[in-house]
Design a protein around this ligand. Structure first.
Ligand SMILES: *[C@@H]1O[C@H](CO)[C@@H](O)[C@H](O)[C@H]1NC(C)=O
Ligand SMILES: *[C@@H]1O[C@H](CO)[C@@H](O)[C@H](O)[C@H]1NC(C)=O
Length: 409
């Protein structure tokens, strides 16, 4: 019987722990966890206008809020909780849930596309500035002012994500042919990545690596692409030249190591690394993480599988499957995988870990949220109700991955 949601802890590639399971709420379509805390926001299609906030360790409800229309997305960071409806955005102070600002009459955003940065120093929100073109509004949720409006694409936006320090914003449009990276707050176009093929695809997820050097994109096709954000300038060219000399022309022609400089912007025609999933049209969400000191690509599919790939940070190329987990659904394939090539001691301490929460019954939203290795049990221990009402949010997860979520577009 598949209802509710699950929270998982992933500290080792081969070990996936279910740290929380709630079967009480049917048809959950949004689950967002505040980093490694016990705060979880849940929206169910039984009451799509209401958001329930739980302390999942205690199993208690902290509060609930209702909005005039269906909730399409909820984003959280240490300072703000943002609720996105089709034509309005509500910005709450996460410490006391006070409503700070309502952005009314925002351009129609039927998929609830928006991104919230995760840094302490700022809290930027990005959302579509137009229904018909790919304009992005970057809004400062602290000063409650628009920072910049970026004409990012000609066609409407399909995906948005900030890097961890909110100095870069990546975007893709509904056509899915190019992915662009802009500087924040300036809004300058810095990188442009082409996925290789000209056919239109729908990009379903975009995510930077924790160090901001790589960007992963997944779509409705079977290919997941990882792009590398090469530094701009003479040093990059020198590096490229020596790399060419070393690897030979054949290799350089086939790789993405030599980005062309186009009027001050870096443009790449091929992905740095790729993964070919077993079947296309599996809705999925991707993230890049360091687990057991190695760079990994995680792909969670709407069918309930979590694939962990190893990424070669120097050579790129086709990523190798390291492990496969089942998050929900049929149990027969559980823990199947090829854990060879993991040249790390089992006891090594990972910098990152993953929580994946997927709504089992109606896979409309998939969430991958990073959090500290203790599963939120010791570090940054939770947000008790009284603290939630008055005091500061106590978290100890400085380098955590942002919560990302995707909606059916
Ligand atoms: C929502 O919150 C109110 C208090 O504000 C509480 O009485 C009610 O039980 C909550 N609803 C649910 C379904 O948890
Ligand atoms: C974000 O991008 C900036 C470039 O503006 C880079 O210096 C920084 O390392 C990136 N930060 C993270 C954490 O990705």
């Amino acid at each position: 019987c598949l209802t509710g949601y699950k929270l998982f802890s992933l500290t080792m590639v081969e070990k996936l722990d279910c740290i929380h399971e709630s079967a009480e709420t049917p048809d959950v379509y949004i689950v967002e966890r505040l980093f490694s805390s016990s705060l979880v926001v849940v929206v169910s299609s039984a009451m799509p206008e209401r958001m329930n906030i739980y302390h999942f360790k205690k199993g208690t409800e902290i509060c609930n809020y209702s909005y005039p229309e269906n909730i399409l997305a909820v984003k959280l960071n240490r300072q703000r909780l943002v609720v996105c409806l089709e034509e309005s955005i509500y910005i709450h102070n996460i410490k006391d849930m006070k409503l700070l600002k309502t952005l009314l009459n925002t351009p129609s955003n039927p998929s609830g596309l928006c991104a919230l940065s995760i840094t302490h120093s700022n809290s930027y929100l990005a959302y579509p500035g137009s229904f018909s073109t790919g304009e992005v509004v970057v809004y400062d949720t602290i000063s409650l002012n628009t920072v910049t409006v970026i004409p990012a694409h000609d066609s409407p936006l399909a995906a948005l994500t900030f890097n961890a320090s909110a100095t870069r914003l990546a975007s893709a449009s509904e056509r899915g042919t190019v992915i662009r990276v802009f500087s924040v707050p300036e809004g300058l176009r810095l990188f442009e990545f082409r996925r290789g093929m000209k056919r239109y695809v729908s990009i379903s997820s975009l995510c930077f690596s924790p160090d901001g050097l790589y960007l992963v994109s997944s779509s409705n096709t079977e290919t997941v692409h990882i792009f590398k954000l090469e530094p701009l300038g003479p040093s990059a060219e020198d590096e490229a030249a020596s790399w060419t000399a070393y690897m030979g022309k054949m290799f350089s022609a086939a790789s993405t190591y030599l980005p062309a400089q186009v009027s001050g912007m870096m443009s790449q025609d091929r992905a740095f690394a790729t993964v070919h999933l077993l079947s296309a049209a599996q809705r999925n969400v991707c993230t890049l993480a360091v687990i057991q000191k190695l760079p990994r690509l995680l792909v969670a599919t709407a069918e309930g599988q979590l694939f962990i790939y190893n990424v070669d940070p120097l050579q790129g190329g086709e990523c190798t499957l390291a492990f496969k987990h089942r998050l929900f659904g049929a149990e027969d394939e559980q823990s199947e995988g090829e854990p060879e090539g993991l040249e790390v001691p089992a006891q090594s301490c990972p910098s990152y870990a993953e929580t994946a929460a997927l709504p089992p019954s109606a896979p409309v939203t998939a969430t991958l949220t990073g959090y500290s290795e203790d599963g939120g049990a010791k570090k940054g221990e939770v947000i008790p109700e009284h603290e939630f009402a008055a005091g500061p949010v106590c978290l100890d997860d400085e380098n955590e991955f942002p919560p990302v979520s995707i909606q059916r577009s």
